[in-house]
Design a protein around this ligand. Structure first.
Ligand code: NAD
Length: 421
């Protein structure tokens, strides 16, 4: 592949566009409507001045993209990464639109972030970046407008600062302006585990389709952060055999299954999974290609590409991360008969419990963990059946079916609302 070809393959906005086009074509979507749904409705670029601890003034670039608000307020995380691009945020915002539609919750799609490396910032600097970013976006955020959440390198604390900054400006505490907050500030029980737990629910459904038993199902997970760790914990608790974990600084493997609760403790103590007792070291890239039943990427975009898709041995891929498979690799996996549970379905548990948090905040009435889990499970199972129903009805792979289902739902809302002129 040429350099330009590789660059195109790895651009998540291009990947998203290719999948959108295929789904729109199969839906025979009106071309005018396709044009409207393909592009984000609003893209905001900010240059935020921040006083650093050294006394120097620094300028940071931030983005917020609202892809669609046809079905409800914009919804989507905020990431702080040094190589963040507008195209990445666009792709992530559109995936949020499709994801919310797949699980049929009343949100549109948005995403944002700041180009920065939190590891090189003090807590004070991080707080000032967050507050200024929020202040610049005041006219665009709000429980009825656009509701951020955590994403890569942002957490409960960042959400608490956003909530506080917004509340100071509107002169009353507005917990529903962000989700993923600490429990004491209107967060929901079960939010932190939600994405990983949702992955487990759809894995369970996939096993039923293939008549596979949990205790014989070997899983390899890439990424041991929010999503990967929770997925590992819940899969392990339900008797799956998690045999490998790939992290940025190394991988670990045990053919008989890793002791996940012990690994969680080990990682907390040592800040790495490398060197975990009762495991052998493994190359993280090679782990993606190792023999297993389920591969669960839960780290970054573009991990399964045309370079490795033909060598993946897993029978099922459950996409915990957003955009881990490029559109071109997805076709290779389809030809090879790998069953892919696409990101906009597999990792929708997080936004589903974010929706629960928003509902609880607006009611001022909070649910138990059991209630959250039951409702999450019901929504994930029903989305799985909706997507698989579309796949069978239209003879397409699950990813295209998920896009078709989502685009159909959003297009219906746009048509019902009509075009304001
Ligand atoms: P995180 O930062 O908590 O965890 C990511 C983990 O991946 C980290 O432990 C990191 O060290 C590891 N990692 C980074 N590069 C790697 C590499 N090359 N190989 C192996 N491991 C690597 O982030 P997260 O919240 O778990 O999000 C992970 C993915 O899931 C992202 O794509 C995110 O957009 C998506 N996602 C997150 C949520 C959520 O609720 N947090 C919801 C839906 C989707």
């Amino acid at each position: 592949m040429t350099d330009a070809g590789a660059e195109k393959e790895l651009n998540p906005w291009e990947s998203q566009g290719a999948l959108f086009d295929e789904a729109a074509r199969r839906l025979q979507l009106n071309p005018g409507l396709a044009k409207v749904l393909r592009e984000p409705s609003k893209e905001i670029i900010l240059h935020i001045p921040v006083q650093m601890d050294s006394g120097e003034l620094e300028l940071f670039t931030g983005y917020r993209v609202q892809h669609s608000i046809a079905r409800g307020p914009g919804k989507g995380g905020i990431r702080y990464t040094p190589d963040l691009t507008l195209d990445e945020v666009r792709a992530l915002a559109s995936w949020m639109t499709w994801k919310c539609a797949v699980v049929n919750i009343p949100f549109g799609g948005a995403k944002g972030g700041v180009v920065c490396d939190p590891k090189k910032l003090s807590k004070g600097e991080l707080e000032r970046i967050t507050r200024r970013y929020t202040a610049e976006l005041l006219d665009f955020l709000g429980p009825e407008r656009d509701v951020p959440a955590p994403d890569v390198n942002t957490d409960e604390q960042v959400m608490a600062w956003i909530m506080d900054t917004y509340s100071m400006h509107v002169r009353h505490t507005t917990t529903a302006v962000v989700t993923g907050k600490p429990l004491d500030l209107g967060g929901s029980r079960g939010r932190q585990e939600a994405t990983g737990r949702g992955c487990m629910v759809v894995c369970d459904e996939a096993l039923k389709r293939f008549k596979m038993a949990r205790d014989r199902t070997r899983v390899i997970i890439q990424g041991f952060g929010n999503v990967g760790r929770a997925a590992a914990q819940h899969l392990h608790a339900e008797m799956y055999r998690v045999i490998g974990i790939a992290e940025k600084d190394g991988g670990i493997y045990n053919a008989n299954g890793l002791d996940i609760p012990a690994l969680v403790d080990y990682r907390k103590e040592n800040r790495t999974i490398v060197g975990f007792p009762a495991s052998e070291p493994a190359d993280p890239q090679e782990l993606l290609l190792a023999d297993c039943d389920i591969l669960l990427p839960a780290a970054l975009e573009n991990q399964i590409t045309t370079r490795n898709a033909d060598r993946i041995k897993a029978r099922i891929i459950c996409e915990g991360a957003n955009g881990p498979t490029t559109a071109a690799a997805d076709e290779i996996l389809e030809q090879r008969g790998v069953f892919v549970i696409p990101d906009i379905l597999a990792n929708a548990g997080g936004v589903t419990v974010s929706y629960f948090e928003w509902v609880q905040d607006r009611q001022g009435y909070f649910w138990t963990l059991t209630q959250v889990r039951e409702r999450l499970e019901r929504i994930m199972r029903s989305a799985f059946f909706d997507v698989m129903g579309y796949a069978e009805q239209h003879s397409v792979r699950p990813r295209i079916a998920a896009y078709m289902l989502a685009i159909d739902r959003v297009a219906f809302a746009v048509q019902l609302r009509g075009i304001y002129a």
